[in-house]
Each structure stands twice: as structure tokens, then as C-alpha cells.
Design a protein. Structure first.
Lengths: 186, 186
DNA sequence: CTATGTGAATTTATTCACAGCA
DNA sequence: TGCTGTGAATAAATTCACATAG
């Protein structure tokens, strides 16, 4: 994205370090845990590096994900270009509002949440939860029932699921709350 | 939020630990870095604990924040109840689209981005960046010029700012990309 | 010469375990 | 008795420093 555009073919650990600001030795050590794929005196081949990272993160092939809750946040997520970049395809969208069901947003037709049970059959194992907080736990339960293995949770609620299921929660207000800690006076 | 509702008056480090799943000793050690405010044999007074944490995070008083970019994501943020909970007040919203300017969403009237320069006068030092990636750097520059000290950046772009300015970037697709790493087979 | 990969040294974080307070 | 606060012990992460490959 930054580097692969064109121009350079290689990056050194030093370059990468300052890009994410860290120490060069950190970069090399981290990579070394996953095997050696740099060239002494030259650096890392950018394309090879990208392939390695995709492998490490299990991003080998495109993964299907389901979006639940097509409100403002959900719509933003559907429109977000970044997902494709990381190998994700939002292949289904669900909402409980009958007025939205059947509408098409960003090439995806919104389905009723009563269809969630079809996820297993459709081999969709990732879900993005963007429903109001009151509905979050209930929907999470449905997702687990439908065979989902990982949930990206945007509701400001700690959903509880069997521990086989991986949940990543993003509470955007909590992120904002980190800012003042680093800021000058008040 | 979870605890202060009613019922219990105190929490033990053990309670807190399992709530966020960590070890009890971790909780106690962490708190101890900021002074001792628990009662042996009893635990932590919930209200005192909340006050302490607010103090530690510099969340003493309500802080004004500006939202730039009132698309789907921006609208979701405006509607998000969580911000008030952490002491933030989204006091202004900006968009470059003339059709949106003047509209009111969640009690905030959308202003033209040419008004960004007024932020300093209005003592707004935090901004939430929810504009398309192409506009992100340009807007960030304007924000810095307008005296903003902290930016919560939702665009999938590494904005560059003077290092006095604190930026927290949330790339939601990158968060999703962490999921498969923890998941079973592929 | 330049930049990697990696043991060894150092720093930082976590956990243990227990003295002492309510 | 029950739980805090904290030194001491352990574990983990970061940084150094250098032998080695291109």
C-alpha cells in the first residue's frame, strides 16, 4: 500500500522501523520468529514480505464475513474499502428492520435477521456486529448458534460467548478516552 | 456502568480480574502504581474507584470534540451514546458537502469545513476524523493549524502531524484481520 | 560495506506469596 | 477471616552487539 506502489523493491528493517516508529532490531526480531526472509546487505523484498505477512495472519484466501446491523455504522462498514484490502468479503448483511430488508447497499442485499441461521450453510464464519447495545448479546448468541467462529464487535458491550469463539471488541468512545491521557494540560 | 448501577458498593480485585479476564494480582499491582485506594478485607469502593480512574485518564471535566466528516461513519459517531459516558461532548460537526451544511444531526448543526479555523477560538482541542482517505491528510493539517491537540483517526491512512499532536488511528479492517490469526483451521 | 539473524544482556511486565489492616 | 499493597521471584519483551551472508 505504502511501498508496493512502485519505486523501491526492498525495505530495510530500519525503514520499516521508522515507518511505524519502533527500533530496527525489534522489526528483525519479530520477523525472525516466523522464519528468515530477508537478504543481508539488501533488506526485505517487499512483495515477498507481503506474502509472508498474509500467510502469518492466515489471510491466504478471501474470507467471507457477515454484517449484522445496517444502521449508520453498518453502512459505513459496508462502504469501507479497507476490508477487501485485507482479504475480506462482506458477503451478507442482516437487519431486523423490515423496511430495510430487501434493500441493496454496496452490492449486498439486506436480509432479515431470521436468516442468520443460514450462515453455517453458506460457510460464513466471521461476523461484524454493529447493532444497538440492547440487541448485541442476543445477536451474538444467534451468531454462535449459526456456527460463527469470530466476531468483530462494535457495540459498547462485553458480549459473552463460548471461549472457542474469538471476539474483538472496539469501543470507539473508549479509544477516544485514551487521548487526553497523553495530552498537555487540561 | 456495569457495577455502579446498584447493589454492590465494593469490588474486589478478584471480581474485577475475572470481569476483564486477568489475574487479581495484576489488577492490584496496576492500581498500586497510582496510589492505594482500596480497603483491605473489603475491596475497592466503586465510586471512589471511578473517580480515581477518571482522574488518572484526565477525564476530570467534559471535553469538547469536533467531528469532521458527516458521512455514514460520522453519523454513527454522532449518534453513539458512548462518548458522553466517557466525558466527551461532540460540540461541532463539519462536512465539505454544501448539501449537508446547515442540517442538524443529534443536536449538532453541520458546518462547512471552511469553519474549521474557528476551533481554536471555541476551545475545541480534540477532533474525530471520519473523512474519505483522500481528504484525511488535508483535513488533519487544517486541524493542527486550528490548534487541535489530539485526533482520533478513522481513515485507513497514516496521517502525519507534528509530534506534539497525539493521534490514535483505528483501522477497522485491520482489526478484523486479526481475527483469522486466532481462528481454527482455514 | 550494508543489512540480516540471533544469542546474550537488559529492561519491563506479570505472578507469587505474604505481612498487615479492617 | 478476607482482601489489599508490595517486595521478591519469574517470565516476557526489547535492545544490544556482532558474526555472517550478499
Amino acid at each position: 500500500m505504502f511501498l508496493s506502489g512502485q519505486g523501491q523493491q526492498n525495505v530495510s528493517s530500519g525503514n520499516l522501523a521508522c515507518l511505524v516508529n519502533a527500533k530496527a532490531s525489534q522489526i528483525r526480531k519479530d520477523f525472525s520468529y516466523f522464519g528468515a526472509f530477508g537478504t543481508p546487505g539488501v533488506g526485505y523484498d517487499i512483495n515477498k514480505l507481503i506474502r509472508q505477512i498474509r500467510r502469518i495472519l492466515n489471510l491466504g484466501d478471501v474470507r467471507k464475513a457477515a454484517l449484522v446491523g445496517v444502521g449508520n455504522l453498518g453502512s459505513a462498514i459496508l462502504a469501507y474499502p479497507g476490508f477487501r484490502m485485507y482479504g475480506f468479503d462482506i458477503a451478507a448483511a442482516f437487519d431486523s428492520d423490515p423496511k430495510k430488508v430487501g434493500k441493496k447497499i454496496s452490492r449486498v442485499t439486506i436480509e432479515s435477521t431470521s436468516n442468520l441461521r443460514t450462515l453455517r450453510k453458506r460457510k460464513i464464519h466471521l461476523a461484524i456486529l454493529a447493532v444497538p447495545r440492547d440487541a448485541a448479546q442476543r445477536v451474538a448468541d444467534l451468531l454462535v448458534e449459526a456456527g460463527v467462529k469470530g466476531i468483530l464487535n462494535f457495540s459498547p458491550l462485553r458480549v459473552v460467548v463460548p471461549k472457542k469463539i474469538k471476539v474483538i471488541t472496539i469501543d470507539i468512545a473508549m479509544e477516544l478516552a485514551r487521548l487526553p491521557y497523553y495530552m498537555p494540560a487540561r
